[in-house]
Design a binder for this molecule. Structure first.
Ligand code: NDP
Ligand code: MG
Ligand code: MG
Length: 341
């Protein structure tokens, strides 16, 4: 059984006694900064010159400084810029200004696991990774709840890295739900696998194939949209509440029987073998290399794939339908706010 932590396992005063610099004010950065501040922690947001995020952070009453200035003062530096830029920000602005005993906190293990950032020996290296999008991390905290977090220590220079990690996890509200003990390697590999094979990659492709199959057979796109996309939310809510069993209990016997006989026809054992190949590319670092090489080249592959996805015929159908249903949140205009998983 995994080791779990709750509020009573952590001492909030540890992080309250530190100066914390949060680098980046995007999906996770804004949530960590605001939750820490509201938990009585001294936070400065570190942003690059001319950052579009500056105004947002200042409007929330947060202290904002350049990355270098924020890091110079900090006992704890939280690196929440996008994964693909972290190594550059670390090399150019964090490392040269870092106190020799400052702790480093990550929200995902990518740069440590694949060796893009190699902190010197004197630093505690921790991860407190919420298992949910940043906007929920903030909303849950405000509502008195929390998003579960994964907690790991890669390097325990001070001998107190675990206490600091748990204190930090408590301050962002994560231990109101639960903290789960893991390692950077396990978090990184499982996080990438989950988002690629199931949550983002697998689900998106499944929806698109379902939509294509129905519309190519002559059914109305709007009806297809409801059947393969809109209803997914309702199904996932049931799975979230009570596992696949609850979903099967709630749907009709017809749907349940169809699930048993057709699910394995669609998702064949080949799919599992393909998942194994995806996992192998994650473990070997091949996926990380491909991602970073593309980013270093100006992200041509990433941008082409994003455009292709946005141009899939299901997208305009959904945009028009969602306008008619004001109760579907978040609205399309929220896309720029951040990304999930
Ligand atoms: P975002 O893409 O939302 O981060 C954007 C922020 O980073 C902006 O404030 C941006 O500022 C700043 N930034 C971008 N480039 C630089 C730079 N060169 N120097 C300084 N700041 C920069 O990131 P996420 O919140 O999505 O991800 C942050 C970390 O959290 C990642 O490690 C990710 O894997 C992890 N994570 C993310 C989750 C999520 O919900 N999105 C869930 C769990 C973990 P500017 O305005 O200047 O562009
Ligand atoms: Mg139906
Ligand atoms: Mg992820």
């Amino acid at each position: 059984m995994a080791e779990l932590f709750y509020d009573d396992d952590a001492d909030l005063s540890i992080i309250q006694s530190k100066k914390v610099a949060v680098i980046g004010y995007g999906s996770q950065g804004h949530a960590h900064s605001l939750n820490l501040r509201d938990s009585g922690v001294d936070v400065t947001v570190g942003l690059r010159e001319g950052s579009a995020s500056r105004e947002k952070a200042e409007n929330q009453g947060l202290k904002v400084a350049t990355v270098a200035d924020a890091v110079r003062e900090a006992d704890v530096v939280v690196i929440l810029a996008p994964d693909q830029v972290q190594r550059i920000v670390y090399r150019d602005e964090i490392e040269p200004n870092l106190k020799s005993d400052a702790a480093l906190v990550f929200g995902h293990g990518f740069n440590i696991r694949f060796g893009y950032i190699k902190p010197a020996e004197g630093h505690d290296v921790l991860m407190v990774a919420p298992k949910g999008p940043g906007h929920l991390v903030r909303r849950e905290y405000v509502d008195g709840r929390g998003v579960p977090v994964i907690v790991a220590v890669e390097q325990d220079a001070s001998g107190n890295a675990w206490d600091l990690a748990l204190s930090y996890a408590k301050a962002i509200g994560g231990l109101r739900a639960a903290g789960i003990k893991t390692t950077f390697t396990e978090e990184t590999e499982t996080d990438l696998f989950g988002e690629q094979a199931v949550l983002c990659g697998g689900v998106s492709q499944l929806i698109q194939y379902g939509f294509e199959t129905l519309t190519e057979a002559g059914y109305q796109p709007e009806v297809a949209y409801f059947e393969v996309l809109h209803e997914l939310k309702l199904i996932v809510d049931l799975i979230f509440e009570g596992g696949i069993t609850k979903q099967r209990w709630s749907v009709s016997d017809t749907a349940e029987y169809g699930d048993y006989v057709s699910g394995p026809r669609v998702i064949t054992p080949d799919v599992k073998a393909n998942m194994g190949a995806v996992l192998a590319d994650i473990q070997s670092g091949a996926f990380a290399q491909r991602f970073i090489a593309d980013q270093d080249a100006g992200a041509p592959e990433f941008q082409a794939l994003r455009a292709k996805g946005q141009n899939h015929p299901i997208e305009p159908v959904g945009r028009e339908l969602r306008k008619l249903f004001a109760w579907v949140k978040p609205s399309d205009s929220d896309y720029t706010e951040g990304s999930a998983a």
